[in-house]
Design a protein around this ligand. Structure first.
Ligand SMILES: [Zn+2]
Length: 399
């Protein structure tokens, strides 16, 4: 049996076998009872799948486990521990590099204002992340690259197309596709995903809202984006732009947007636009850190501006509530204390403009993971998209 990072259906695995593998691919042990609950599957089909996968050498049974009804419950896991995941995130503010386990544990998180337009800056940051995690390149199983713009995720490692000329600086480093640069550096497969999607997946799978079915995550710090997670997996949509609230139309006479439309929401309602307004009003520059600090100190003037921003944003988010009926709307936590105030403003608008029953059922809050959301999201991506080479999991020595 061999299952590569390409579509699992080519492997000949049954649906239950694929689901069991997906559940176990984080490297943790689970009992049959836990798998039945997690997969909402019948015990007989889970046991049949486990036995079949054990025969193929892909999963292993562990005799010692937690007691259940007076006798030891056997644990199951993939036969060999999956390797580590390297993550590189490039955005307008710089680069984030990290190393994360398949179960979402972050081993290293390094931020830098490196110039990512040349490979050296990002690769140096990745090297620092590996050193901080205390691991070598050989211990990395694969890499996930977070990039702005439309999701270019594909099950074929390294796939990433341009997505628009304004995105070229993020996606091409020194004239070469970023995925190729990282792939050659690590000698491992690389998968690309939209950066806001990674944060959304991280919060939805590992944050305070873990377990909720429909989660809309709003990224604000360096743009106006969003990610939609339904049933624990990303919903990208037909053009891979699902949930991009920044490109809702608000002004027929507005400026042309890089997306090709005119008068998009983000042009007037964004954190950079808010910072510019504050700078004009106060006669000095404002940064994201200033917003965080002011909100933490309870600065009434800044909090009023943030809450008003949240209400403006929430007016459009209320439409999403009607369309999607989400269980949670999360404001990214990279804004720190400011994100809590913005979430309050969104709450007010949703209560004002969405039908009361729908407004009452949606949790609206700041994220709980900060910048780690992207790294944890990469781990979740590997699991939900079945990116690990299962044939390697069955034969490799533990890391
Ligand atoms: Zn637009």
């Amino acid at each position: 049996m061999s299952i590569t990072s390409d579509a699992a259906h080519d492997s000949g695995l049954t649906g239950t076998e694929q689901a069991v593998l997906r559940a176990l691919s984080d490297g943790r042990q689970r009992t049959v009872a836990e798998l039945c609950t997690e997969l909402s599957a019948a015990r007989s089909s889970v046991v049949h799948a486990l036995n079949s996968l054990r025969t193929a050498g892909v999963v292993a049974e562990h005799p010692s486990g937690r007691p259940a009804r007076g006798r030891p419950a056997r644990g199951w896991s993939v036969a060999a521990s999956p390797g580590l995941i390297a993550v590189v995130l490039t955005a307008a503010h710089g680069v984030l590099a990290g190393v994360v386990r398949p179960d979402g544990e972050v081993l290293a998180e390094v931020h830098g204002a490196a110039d990512f337009t040349v490979p050296a800056g990002a690769l140096e940051l990745l090297d620092r992340a590996l050193a901080e995690a205390g691991v070598t390149r050989r211990q990395i199983e694969l890499a996930v690259l977070g990039l702005p713009g439309p999701s270019m995720f594909a099950r074929t490692a390294g796939t990433d197309s341009l997505g628009g000329s304004h995105l070229r600086r993020f996606r091409f480093w020194d004239g070469r596709p970023a995925a190729d640069v990282v792939g050659e550096f690590l000698d491992r497969p690389v998968f690309c995903e939209n950066d806001a999607n990674l944060a959304a997946l991280g919060e939805a799978v590992y944050g305070d809202v873990a377990g909720l079915h429909t989660v809309l995550h709003i990224s604000l710090t360096h743009g106006t984006g969003a990610g939609l997670v339904i049933g624990g997996t990303l919903h990208r949509g037909g053009s891979r732009l699902a949930g991009e609230v920044g490109h809702l139309h608000v002004d027929d006479g507005g400026q042309l947007c890089e997306c090709g439309a005119r008068g998009c929401f983000w042009q007037t309602t964004s954190i950079p636009a808010l910072l510019a307004e504050l700078a004009t009003a106060h006669g000095r520059t404002f940064t994201v850190s200033d917003l965080d600090a002011a909100a933490a100190l309870g600065d009434l003037e800044i909090m009023r501006a943030l809450r008003g921003f949240g209400r403006s944003f929430g007016r459009r988010v209320a439409d999403f509530v009607v369309f999607l009926d989400p269980q949670a709307i999360i404001v990214d936590h990279t804004l720190g204390a400011a994100s809590v105030v913005i979430a309050d403003g969104i709450r007010e608008a949703v209560d004002q403009y969405a039908p009361p029953m729908m407004a009452a059922s949606v949790k609206i809050s700041s994220g709980s993971l900060g910048a780690s959301a992207h790294l944890k999201g990469a781990a979740a991506l590997v699991r939900t998209e079945q990116l690990l080479d299962i044939s390697r999991l069955g034969s490799r020595a533990s890391v």
